[in-house]
Ligand binder design. Structure first.
Ligand code: SAM
Length: 366
Protein backbone atom coordinates (compact mmCIF):
# COMPACT_ATOMS: atom_id res chain seq x y z
CA UNK A 1 0.00 0.00 0.00
CA UNK A 2 1.37 3.41 -0.94
CA UNK A 3 0.40 5.32 2.21
CA UNK A 4 0.85 8.76 0.70
CA UNK A 5 -1.44 7.90 -2.19
CA UNK A 6 -4.15 6.21 -0.14
CA UNK A 7 -4.24 8.16 3.13
CA UNK A 8 -6.76 10.96 3.49
CA UNK A 9 -9.24 11.91 6.19
CA UNK A 10 -12.91 11.36 5.27
CA UNK A 11 -13.75 14.49 3.26
CA UNK A 12 -16.90 16.63 2.96
CA UNK A 13 -19.14 17.45 5.90
CA UNK A 14 -21.17 14.24 6.29
CA UNK A 15 -21.74 12.15 9.43
CA UNK A 16 -18.45 10.21 9.13
CA UNK A 17 -16.36 13.13 7.83
CA UNK A 18 -13.24 14.36 9.55
CA UNK A 19 -14.74 17.87 9.53
CA UNK A 20 -17.60 16.73 11.79
CA UNK A 21 -15.57 14.33 13.95
CA UNK A 22 -12.41 16.26 14.67
CA UNK A 23 -13.70 17.90 17.85
CA UNK A 24 -11.07 15.98 19.77
CA UNK A 25 -8.35 17.69 17.85
CA UNK A 26 -10.16 21.04 18.11
CA UNK A 27 -9.96 21.00 21.88
CA UNK A 28 -6.26 20.28 21.54
CA UNK A 29 -5.55 22.75 18.79
CA UNK A 30 -6.99 25.33 21.14
CA UNK A 31 -4.37 24.34 23.66
CA UNK A 32 -1.80 25.49 21.16
CA UNK A 33 -0.87 28.58 23.07
CA UNK A 34 1.73 30.53 21.22
CA UNK A 35 3.93 31.78 24.02
CA UNK A 36 4.25 35.53 24.40
CA UNK A 37 7.95 35.48 23.53
CA UNK A 38 7.25 33.45 20.37
CA UNK A 39 4.48 35.84 19.27
CA UNK A 40 6.70 38.84 19.93
CA UNK A 41 9.54 37.35 17.91
CA UNK A 42 7.20 36.78 14.94
CA UNK A 43 5.43 40.13 14.84
CA UNK A 44 8.33 42.25 13.59
CA UNK A 45 8.46 40.96 9.98
CA UNK A 46 7.06 42.78 6.94
CA UNK A 47 5.56 39.58 5.52
CA UNK A 48 5.25 36.61 7.84
CA UNK A 49 5.32 33.17 6.18
CA UNK A 50 3.43 30.49 8.11
CA UNK A 51 2.85 26.84 7.20
CA UNK A 52 0.38 24.36 8.66
CA UNK A 53 1.47 20.83 7.70
CA UNK A 54 -1.08 18.02 7.54
CA UNK A 55 -3.91 20.58 7.77
CA UNK A 56 -6.67 18.16 6.65
CA UNK A 57 -10.03 19.81 6.02
CA UNK A 58 -12.53 20.89 8.60
CA UNK A 59 -12.95 23.41 11.37
CA UNK A 60 -9.45 22.76 12.76
CA UNK A 61 -7.76 23.80 9.54
CA UNK A 62 -8.82 27.43 9.79
CA UNK A 63 -9.01 27.45 13.57
CA UNK A 64 -5.27 26.82 13.88
CA UNK A 65 -4.41 29.59 11.46
CA UNK A 66 -6.85 31.98 13.17
CA UNK A 67 -5.32 31.21 16.59
CA UNK A 68 -1.79 31.81 15.32
CA UNK A 69 -2.71 35.08 13.61
CA UNK A 70 -4.68 36.28 16.68
CA UNK A 71 -1.69 35.66 18.97
CA UNK A 72 0.70 37.48 16.64
CA UNK A 73 -1.71 40.38 16.09
CA UNK A 74 -2.18 40.96 19.80
CA UNK A 75 1.61 40.94 20.33
CA UNK A 76 1.95 43.38 17.42
CA UNK A 77 -0.58 45.84 18.79
CA UNK A 78 0.96 45.58 22.27
CA UNK A 79 4.31 46.63 20.79
CA UNK A 80 2.73 49.27 18.54
CA UNK A 81 4.39 47.67 15.47
CA UNK A 82 3.07 48.46 11.98
CA UNK A 83 0.72 45.92 10.38
CA UNK A 84 2.27 42.92 8.69
CA UNK A 85 1.31 40.80 5.72
CA UNK A 86 0.65 37.08 6.14
CA UNK A 87 1.42 34.36 3.66
CA UNK A 88 -0.12 31.12 4.88
CA UNK A 89 0.40 27.71 3.26
CA UNK A 90 -2.01 24.91 4.14
CA UNK A 91 -0.31 21.63 3.33
CA UNK A 92 -1.60 18.07 3.14
CA UNK A 93 -1.30 15.02 0.90
CA UNK A 94 -2.81 15.38 -2.60
CA UNK A 95 -5.88 13.25 -1.68
CA UNK A 96 -6.94 15.83 0.94
CA UNK A 97 -10.25 17.63 0.46
CA UNK A 98 -8.73 21.04 -0.35
CA UNK A 99 -11.96 22.16 -2.05
CA UNK A 100 -13.85 22.30 1.26
CA UNK A 101 -11.07 24.50 2.69
CA UNK A 102 -11.05 26.80 -0.31
CA UNK A 103 -14.81 27.28 -0.10
CA UNK A 104 -14.51 28.46 3.51
CA UNK A 105 -11.77 31.05 2.82
CA UNK A 106 -14.02 33.99 1.77
CA UNK A 107 -15.87 33.76 5.13
CA UNK A 108 -12.54 33.71 6.99
CA UNK A 109 -11.23 36.77 5.15
CA UNK A 110 -14.52 38.52 5.93
CA UNK A 111 -14.21 37.61 9.62
CA UNK A 112 -10.65 38.96 9.78
CA UNK A 113 -11.77 42.19 8.16
CA UNK A 114 -14.68 42.59 10.56
CA UNK A 115 -12.73 41.73 13.71
CA UNK A 116 -9.40 43.35 12.92
CA UNK A 117 -10.33 46.30 10.73
CA UNK A 118 -8.72 47.70 7.60
CA UNK A 119 -5.28 47.92 9.19
CA UNK A 120 -5.01 44.11 9.19
CA UNK A 121 -2.99 42.16 6.66
CA UNK A 122 -3.42 41.51 3.85
CA UNK A 123 -3.43 37.78 4.40
CA UNK A 124 -2.85 35.33 1.53
CA UNK A 125 -3.88 31.73 2.19
CA UNK A 126 -3.13 28.94 -0.29
CA UNK A 127 -3.26 25.15 -0.42
CA UNK A 128 -0.09 23.14 -0.92
CA UNK A 129 -0.54 19.46 -1.84
CA UNK A 130 2.53 17.29 -1.18
CA UNK A 131 4.27 15.22 1.47
CA UNK A 132 5.96 16.94 4.40
CA UNK A 133 8.40 14.01 4.33
CA UNK A 134 10.44 15.99 1.82
CA UNK A 135 10.84 19.59 0.67
CA UNK A 136 7.72 21.75 0.31
CA UNK A 137 9.14 25.30 0.27
CA UNK A 138 12.15 27.24 -1.04
CA UNK A 139 15.20 27.55 1.22
CA UNK A 140 14.89 29.81 4.27
CA UNK A 141 11.45 31.02 3.26
CA UNK A 142 9.32 30.15 6.33
CA UNK A 143 9.13 31.90 9.69
CA UNK A 144 6.79 29.58 11.55
CA UNK A 145 5.80 25.96 10.91
CA UNK A 146 2.92 24.33 12.76
CA UNK A 147 1.55 20.80 12.57
CA UNK A 148 -1.03 19.02 14.69
CA UNK A 149 -1.75 15.29 14.78
CA UNK A 150 0.09 14.58 11.53
CA UNK A 151 3.78 13.87 12.12
CA UNK A 152 3.08 10.50 13.82
CA UNK A 153 2.00 9.18 10.37
CA UNK A 154 4.73 7.08 8.75
CA UNK A 155 5.67 7.03 5.07
CA UNK A 156 5.13 3.26 4.99
CA UNK A 157 4.29 0.23 7.10
CA UNK A 158 7.68 -1.14 8.18
CA UNK A 159 6.60 -4.81 8.37
CA UNK A 160 6.29 -7.83 6.12
CA UNK A 161 2.71 -9.19 5.81
CA UNK A 162 3.20 -12.07 8.30
CA UNK A 163 5.27 -10.19 10.92
CA UNK A 164 2.39 -9.17 13.19
CA UNK A 165 -0.29 -11.81 12.61
CA UNK A 166 -3.76 -11.03 13.98
CA UNK A 167 -2.83 -7.46 14.99
CA UNK A 168 -2.90 -4.15 13.16
CA UNK A 169 -0.43 -2.17 15.29
CA UNK A 170 1.88 -2.81 18.24
CA UNK A 171 0.05 -5.17 20.57
CA UNK A 172 1.03 -6.72 23.91
CA UNK A 173 1.88 -9.97 22.15
CA UNK A 174 3.73 -8.42 19.19
CA UNK A 175 7.39 -9.45 19.04
CA UNK A 176 10.22 -7.07 19.98
CA UNK A 177 11.24 -6.95 16.31
CA UNK A 178 7.86 -5.38 15.46
CA UNK A 179 8.47 -2.56 17.94
CA UNK A 180 12.03 -2.13 16.58
CA UNK A 181 10.80 -1.94 12.98
CA UNK A 182 8.23 0.72 13.87
CA UNK A 183 10.75 2.76 15.85
CA UNK A 184 13.31 2.63 13.02
CA UNK A 185 10.75 3.76 10.47
CA UNK A 186 9.77 6.68 12.70
CA UNK A 187 13.44 7.62 13.11
CA UNK A 188 13.98 7.59 9.32
CA UNK A 189 10.85 9.65 8.61
CA UNK A 190 11.35 12.13 11.45
CA UNK A 191 14.94 12.68 10.33
CA UNK A 192 13.75 13.55 6.79
CA UNK A 193 11.09 15.81 8.31
CA UNK A 194 13.58 17.71 10.50
CA UNK A 195 16.12 18.10 7.70
CA UNK A 196 13.50 19.39 5.25
CA UNK A 197 12.14 21.94 7.74
CA UNK A 198 15.67 23.03 8.61
CA UNK A 199 16.23 23.90 4.94
CA UNK A 200 12.96 25.80 4.71
CA UNK A 201 12.88 27.78 7.94
CA UNK A 202 14.82 31.01 8.37
CA UNK A 203 17.54 30.84 11.07
CA UNK A 204 15.76 31.37 14.38
CA UNK A 205 12.43 30.28 12.80
CA UNK A 206 10.02 28.31 14.98
CA UNK A 207 8.25 25.00 14.68
CA UNK A 208 5.44 23.72 16.95
CA UNK A 209 4.24 20.11 16.59
CA UNK A 210 1.50 18.21 18.38
CA UNK A 211 1.61 14.46 17.82
CA UNK A 212 0.14 11.32 19.30
CA UNK A 213 2.70 9.75 21.58
CA UNK A 214 3.17 7.71 24.70
CA UNK A 215 4.46 8.53 28.15
CA UNK A 216 7.62 6.49 28.55
CA UNK A 217 10.10 4.17 26.83
CA UNK A 218 8.96 1.28 28.99
CA UNK A 219 5.39 1.63 27.78
CA UNK A 220 6.39 0.46 24.30
CA UNK A 221 2.98 -0.99 23.65
CA UNK A 222 1.43 2.31 24.67
CA UNK A 223 -1.43 0.66 26.49
CA UNK A 224 -4.21 3.06 25.66
CA UNK A 225 -3.57 3.87 22.00
CA UNK A 226 -2.54 0.27 21.32
CA UNK A 227 -5.59 -1.10 23.06
CA UNK A 228 -7.87 1.13 20.96
CA UNK A 229 -6.30 -0.30 17.80
CA UNK A 230 -6.24 -3.79 19.30
CA UNK A 231 -10.02 -3.51 19.74
CA UNK A 232 -10.23 -2.61 16.04
CA UNK A 233 -8.11 -5.70 15.30
CA UNK A 234 -10.55 -7.76 17.43
CA UNK A 235 -13.43 -6.40 15.33
CA UNK A 236 -11.64 -7.43 12.12
CA UNK A 237 -10.88 -10.87 13.60
CA UNK A 238 -14.58 -11.27 14.49
CA UNK A 239 -15.41 -10.69 10.83
CA UNK A 240 -12.78 -13.29 9.90
CA UNK A 241 -14.47 -15.91 12.10
CA UNK A 242 -17.80 -15.05 10.47
CA UNK A 243 -16.27 -15.58 7.02
CA UNK A 244 -16.77 -11.93 6.02
CA UNK A 245 -13.06 -11.30 5.46
CA UNK A 246 -10.05 -13.56 4.93
CA UNK A 247 -7.59 -14.14 7.77
CA UNK A 248 -4.63 -13.32 5.52
CA UNK A 249 -6.12 -9.89 4.88
CA UNK A 250 -5.91 -9.01 8.60
CA UNK A 251 -2.40 -10.49 8.89
CA UNK A 252 -1.18 -8.28 6.07
CA UNK A 253 -2.67 -5.01 7.39
CA UNK A 254 -0.80 -2.72 9.81
CA UNK A 255 -1.26 0.95 10.62
CA UNK A 256 1.43 3.31 9.30
CA UNK A 257 1.60 5.22 12.58
CA UNK A 258 4.13 5.45 15.39
CA UNK A 259 3.51 7.02 18.79
CA UNK A 260 6.92 8.01 20.19
CA UNK A 261 7.74 8.79 23.83
CA UNK A 262 9.45 12.09 24.79
CA UNK A 263 12.87 10.40 25.07
CA UNK A 264 12.68 9.07 21.49
CA UNK A 265 11.74 12.53 20.16
CA UNK A 266 14.45 14.31 22.18
CA UNK A 267 17.06 11.82 21.03
CA UNK A 268 16.22 12.43 17.36
CA UNK A 269 16.26 16.24 17.70
CA UNK A 270 19.58 16.03 19.53
CA UNK A 271 21.08 13.60 16.99
CA UNK A 272 20.15 15.75 13.99
CA UNK A 273 21.42 18.86 15.80
CA UNK A 274 19.42 21.25 13.61
CA UNK A 275 16.88 22.56 16.14
CA UNK A 276 16.97 23.73 19.72
CA UNK A 277 14.23 22.02 21.71
CA UNK A 278 12.39 24.75 23.62
CA UNK A 279 9.52 22.83 25.17
CA UNK A 280 8.14 19.28 25.26
CA UNK A 281 4.91 18.69 27.15
CA UNK A 282 2.87 15.52 27.57
CA UNK A 283 -0.90 15.63 28.00
CA UNK A 284 -3.84 13.33 27.45
CA UNK A 285 -7.41 13.42 26.16
CA UNK A 286 -10.36 11.04 26.32
CA UNK A 287 -11.05 8.61 23.49
CA UNK A 288 -14.53 10.10 23.44
CA UNK A 289 -13.86 13.62 22.13
CA UNK A 290 -17.14 14.96 23.52
CA UNK A 291 -16.40 13.80 27.02
CA UNK A 292 -14.05 16.19 28.72
CA UNK A 293 -15.78 16.04 32.08
CA UNK A 294 -14.49 14.64 35.34
CA UNK A 295 -15.63 11.12 36.27
CA UNK A 296 -18.57 12.19 38.47
CA UNK A 297 -19.97 14.46 35.76
CA UNK A 298 -19.66 11.96 32.90
CA UNK A 299 -22.18 13.01 30.27
CA UNK A 300 -22.33 9.89 28.15
CA UNK A 301 -23.11 6.24 28.73
CA UNK A 302 -20.55 3.71 27.49
CA UNK A 303 -22.34 3.06 24.21
CA UNK A 304 -22.61 6.76 23.31
CA UNK A 305 -18.98 7.29 24.27
CA UNK A 306 -17.94 4.32 22.15
CA UNK A 307 -19.93 5.74 19.22
CA UNK A 308 -18.24 9.15 19.54
CA UNK A 309 -14.75 7.64 19.86
CA UNK A 310 -15.24 5.21 16.97
CA UNK A 311 -16.59 7.92 14.65
CA UNK A 312 -13.41 9.87 15.30
CA UNK A 313 -11.21 6.80 14.52
CA UNK A 314 -13.29 6.08 11.41
CA UNK A 315 -12.87 9.60 10.01
CA UNK A 316 -9.10 9.18 10.27
CA UNK A 317 -8.53 5.53 9.29
CA UNK A 318 -11.31 4.68 6.83
CA UNK A 319 -9.31 5.49 3.67
CA UNK A 320 -6.63 2.93 4.64
CA UNK A 321 -9.08 0.28 5.84
CA UNK A 322 -11.39 0.50 2.85
CA UNK A 323 -8.45 0.41 0.44
CA UNK A 324 -7.30 -2.87 2.01
CA UNK A 325 -10.56 -4.59 3.04
CA UNK A 326 -13.02 -3.02 0.57
CA UNK A 327 -15.69 -0.36 0.97
CA UNK A 328 -18.51 -2.86 1.36
CA UNK A 329 -17.60 -3.98 4.90
CA UNK A 330 -16.93 -0.55 6.43
CA UNK A 331 -20.35 -0.01 8.05
CA UNK A 332 -20.38 -3.55 9.44
CA UNK A 333 -16.82 -3.21 10.74
CA UNK A 334 -17.44 0.06 12.55
CA UNK A 335 -20.74 -1.18 14.04
CA UNK A 336 -18.88 -4.18 15.47
CA UNK A 337 -16.07 -1.94 16.66
CA UNK A 338 -18.55 0.34 18.49
CA UNK A 339 -19.99 -2.64 20.32
CA UNK A 340 -16.54 -3.95 21.26
CA UNK A 341 -15.37 -0.52 22.49
CA UNK A 342 -18.60 -0.10 24.52
CA UNK A 343 -18.01 -3.52 26.17
CA UNK A 344 -14.44 -2.49 26.89
CA UNK A 345 -15.53 0.82 28.47
CA UNK A 346 -17.96 -1.00 30.75
CA UNK A 347 -15.08 -2.86 32.42
CA UNK A 348 -13.97 -1.53 35.78
CA UNK A 349 -11.62 1.48 35.48
CA UNK A 350 -11.53 1.19 31.69
CA UNK A 351 -12.90 4.70 31.17
CA UNK A 352 -10.21 6.36 33.22
CA UNK A 353 -7.60 4.54 31.18
CA UNK A 354 -9.17 5.32 27.83
CA UNK A 355 -7.04 8.28 26.83
CA UNK A 356 -4.85 9.38 23.95
CA UNK A 357 -1.44 10.63 25.00
CA UNK A 358 -0.20 13.68 23.07
CA UNK A 359 3.17 15.43 22.86
CA UNK A 360 3.47 19.18 22.30
CA UNK A 361 6.93 19.97 20.94
CA UNK A 362 8.27 23.45 20.38
CA UNK A 363 11.59 23.99 18.54
CA UNK A 364 13.75 26.80 17.21
CA UNK A 365 15.88 26.42 14.05
CA UNK A 366 19.57 26.89 14.75
C1 SAM B 1 -5.52 13.56 11.94
S1 SAM B 1 -5.25 14.65 10.60
C2 SAM B 1 -4.86 16.15 11.44
C3 SAM B 1 -5.49 17.34 10.81
C4 SAM B 1 -5.38 18.68 11.53
N1 SAM B 1 -4.01 19.13 11.54
C5 SAM B 1 -5.94 18.60 12.93
O1 SAM B 1 -5.19 18.82 13.90
O2 SAM B 1 -7.14 18.36 13.09
C6 SAM B 1 -3.67 14.16 9.95
C7 SAM B 1 -3.38 14.76 8.58
O3 SAM B 1 -2.00 14.55 8.25
C8 SAM B 1 -1.92 14.31 6.88
N2 SAM B 1 -0.64 13.67 6.54
C9 SAM B 1 -0.17 12.45 6.93
N3 SAM B 1 1.03 12.22 6.40
C10 SAM B 1 1.36 13.33 5.67
C11 SAM B 1 2.48 13.69 4.88
N4 SAM B 1 3.51 12.87 4.75
N5 SAM B 1 2.48 14.90 4.27
C12 SAM B 1 1.43 15.75 4.40
N6 SAM B 1 0.33 15.46 5.15
C13 SAM B 1 0.30 14.26 5.77
C14 SAM B 1 -3.14 13.42 6.61
O4 SAM B 1 -3.49 13.39 5.25
C15 SAM B 1 -4.19 14.09 7.48
O5 SAM B 1 -4.95 15.04 6.80
Amino acid sequence: MDVQEVLHMVGGEGETSYAVNSIFQVSLSLSLSLSLSLSLSLCSFVCLCIADLGCSSGPNTLLVITEIINAIESARSRLGNPSLEYQVALNDLPGNDFNTIFKSLPALYEKFKKEKGDQFGPCFISGLPGSFLGRLFPSKSQHFVHSSYSVHWLSQVPLEPEDNKGHIYLAKTSSASVYKAYLEQFQKDFSVFLRSRYEELVPGGHMVLTILGRKSVEDEFNRDFCSLLELLANSLNDLVSEGVIEEGKVDSFNMPIYTPCPEEVKKMIHKEGLFELEKLEVFDVNWDPNDDEEEEFKLFDNFSSAKNGVRCVRSVTESLLSHHFGDAIMDKLFQRYTKIVADHLSKENAREKSKYVSLLISMKRK
